[in-house]
Design a protein around this ligand. Structure first.
Ligand SMILES: *Cc1c(COP(=O)(O)O)cnc(C)c1O
Length: 393
């Protein structure tokens, strides 16, 4: 059996590793040497699962989608991460990392955020656990996701505007890493996706793997077998996708289809489809695929969806795509908006713009009538209402 897990040195095939300034090396090594021990301890497991159940509201439902199933001629289920407390899958990871930080004796949390969902999740958990929280967010994202900025402020977090580059997620991440480098000893950097230096991608994937663990149990109840023919998820850095596929990676019966953001199209300068357009390079602490020009300057990405508007990709997903374990489709803005409207009008669920890209992938697949597909709705669309209404009128 092939294993797609991370190596001891922190690599997924050619991708991953630790590419950080010397000042951060001790922090990253301390985390690398403690995360598995902490995550496997009974104290951590008990508290993590108790909070996921009593605070987040897990397990999230696996909803049979009747209209979608009829339209696409197969059996489609939606994994409802939109129903988590705070409205997306990000809270699973935020709770896990906050508990890990506390076990390591760190009480000050910094985080980056794109759509604001990870920032809200971090601010929420910090309010719950009595920790200090600073969130870095691109200035452009603060404008298009202002409802989430207001939530973070009400929760007591400090929100710092990143005003460099395209003023989006990449720039917020740069500033968070700078801040971490200046205060390595007392600060815990809570990364919001399956990106960054080892052990972050593996740690985030493990914390999100509760999604596929639940899918197994719920599919058995609905269908009498614990695996689908297709798993479908959107992919920004890759955390909801990693959680959705985690327990199925080595199961070849399961086809994995991931949707990245094509923006206005992969043949235009306005795209965030890293797996289609990226080349190997180093971004935010890891060797991975990066959208860049011929001189290696990181490209300014574009997507209608702030959560997918990122020129990198988690190293695990770079490897899975290169080894053809996953099929990655580039879904453009218009396809995503159209798919979101269709879900809203036929199933009564308003998805996040990010999740809408996964829904947009359905049009590109040919299902057989007895196929079972599970699609993760990574978040709810409340934060995207302004954008939706602008495009739908
Ligand atoms: C952040 C976010 C994403 C993208 O991040 P991944 O790490 O790729 O999952 C997708 N959907 C929602 C709702 C988000 O908030």
């Amino acid at each position: 059996m092939k294993s797609y897990q991370v190596s001891k040195k922190g690599y997924y095939g050619a991708f991953g590793g630790v590419f950080v300034p010397e000042t951060l090396r001790p922090c990253v090594e301390q985390l690398r040497d403690s995360y598995l021990r902490i995550m496997k301890s009974k104290v951590f497991k008990d508290e993590f699962h108790r909070l996921l159940r009593d605070y987040v509201g897990r397990p999230t439902p696996l909803t049979p989608a009747k209209s979608l199933s009829e339209r696409y001629g197969c059996r489609i289920y939606l994994k409802r991460e939109d129903l988590n407390h705070t409205g997306a899958h990000k809270i699973n990871n935020a709770i896990g990392q906050a508990l890990i930080a506390r076990h390591m004796g760190k009480r000050r949390i910094i985080a980056e955020t794109g759509a604001g969902q990870h920032g809200v999740a971090a601010a929420t958990v910090c309010a719950l656990l009595g920790m200090e929280c600073t969130v870095y967010m691109g200035k452009a994202d603060m404008e298009r996701q202002h409802a989430n900025v207001q939530r973070m402020k009400m929760l007591g977090a400090k929100v710092v505007a990143a005003a460099s580059g395209s003023m989006t997620l990449k720039d917020a991440t740069n500033e968070a890493i700078d801040e971490w480098s200046s205060h390595p000893a007392d600060t815990y950097y809570m990364i919001g996706s399956a990106v960054g230096p080892h052990p972050y991608p593996d740690m985030v994937a493990r914390l999100q793997s509760v999604i596929s663990k639940e899918i197994k149990k719920q599919l058995r109840e609905h269908e009498g077998r614990d695996y689908p023919d297709y798993l479908i998820a959107c992919i920004g850095g890759g955390s909801n996708a990693a959680g959705t596929i985690y327990h199925y990676i080595d199961d070849k019966r399961v086809q994995i289809v991931l949707a990245e953001a094509a923006g206005k199209g992969t043949d235009t300068p306005f795209s965030a489809a890293t797996i289609h357009l990226g080349r190997p390079g180093v971004l935010h602490g890891a060797h991975t695929l990066v959208m860049q020009d011929d001189n290696g300057t990181v490209a300014e990405p574009y997507s209608i969806s702030a959560g997918l508007d990122y020129p990198g990709i988690g190293p695990m997903h770079a490897d899975l795509a290169m080894r053809h374990r996953t099929t990655v489709l580039a879904i453009n803005d218009d396809e995503a908006v159209k798919a979101a409207l269709a879900l809203t009008r036929t199933e009564g669920i308003i998805p996040a713009l990010e999740s809408a890209h996964a829904l947009g992938a359905l049009d590109h697949l040919n299902f057989r009538p007895d196929d079972i597909a599970v699609l993760t709705v990574s978040g709810r669309g409340d934060k995207d209402m302004d954008t939706y209404l602008k495009h739908i009128e």
